[in-house]
Write a protein that binds this ligand. Structure first.
Ligand code: SIN
Length: 281
């Protein structure tokens, strides 16, 4: 088992593991440690069906069913991330920088995404290291976020912050909109500590963070914009070129990610599972 970094500060390809075989405790420990170190792992040439994808997910935590996104008809623990070739000039699932579902009391610990049908070009995914984002914050921003909370809501799924009804999104992924329970505000620390590595990561979210604790939305906005610009600097990121049979595993506690929507006219299908996390501290 070996790790080959794919960028300076985040991401590594894992070599020498076939997830269709039994996953020994030594392999599971290697993968968990590698995820703590590199935050995103990539395994190529896997031949996973949904049960083996789910089994691999439980190496990292219990399976979690996320709200507001319809699961695949094949399996309630799996989301089919699909855009059909004829769906052009529309938004895609995950097409902005975000961590997943940060508006939940206990946001996911991470996710696995398995490439099934991949465009011949385009459709890459980016991840960004939020531990390094925190460590390299300018002093004035660090003094604002240290010890402060941030308020998150499930904006895109709710009523108050729902997207404009005229914004076209993929018909191939069932998103439930207009749920008033998604407008509920949840307070999380703007800097969180990782439960196993102990490292501190910036934890604000361009999609779900509404404002910083003790500030109005308009006071928060310019600060959040500076935080997001810093948190997504290219030096903090890696970019993955999908191939059929490749698997990405990411730590949702200390990364953000972005699905690049540049493959109109081609079909893209990936299967996604999620593992549970804890209330951020
Ligand atoms: C997501 O945000 O989970 C989707 C990522 C992708 O489609 O690349």
């Amino acid at each position: 088992m070996q790790l080959a970094p794919v960028a300076g500060h985040i991401g590594a390809e894992v070599l020498g593991i076939d997830l269709t075989q039994d996953i020994s405790e030594a392999t599971a420990t290697f993968l968990r440690q590698a995820l703590d170190d590199r935050l995103v792992l990539f395994l190529r040439d896997q031949s996973l069906d949904l049960p083996t994808l789910k089994r691999a997910t439980t190496v990292f935590g219990p399976l979690l069913r996320v709200p507001y996104v319809k699961p695949s008809p094949e399996d309630a623990d799996v989301i089919a991330v699909l855009k059909e070739a004829d769906e052009v000039r529309i938004g895609v699932f995950g097409g902005d920088w975000h961590s997943d579902f940060s508006f939940l009391e206990a946001p996911p610990g991470g996710s696995l995404l398995y490439g099934e049908d991949i465009p011949t070009y385009g459709g890459d995914t980016l991840w960004s290291n939020q531990i390094l984002a925190y460590e390299t914050l300018p002093d004035d921003l660090r003094s604002i976020v240290d010890g402060r909370g941030a308020i998150h809501t499930g904006g895109p799924y709710g009523r108050q912050n729902a997207p404009d009804a005229t914004v076209a999104t993929s018909r191939s992924i069932g998103i439930s909109r207009g749920n008033s329970d998604a407008d509920r505000e949840v307070l999380h620390p703007a800097v969180r500590q990782h439960p196993t590595s102990g490292r501190r990561a910036l934890f604000v979210n361009p999609i779900y963070t509404r404002r910083l604790e003790g500030m109005s939305e308009s006071e928060s906005r310019p600060i959040l914009e500076r935080l997001y610009a810093h948190a997504t600097r290219p030096e903090l990121t890696c970019r993955f070129r999908w191939t059929p049979g490749s698997l990405a595993i990411w730590d949702n506690r200390s990364t953000m990610h972005y699905a690049i929507n540049d493959y109109d006219g081609q079909r893209r299908l990936l299967y996604r599972t999620t593992f549970a996390g804890e209330r951020p501290v």
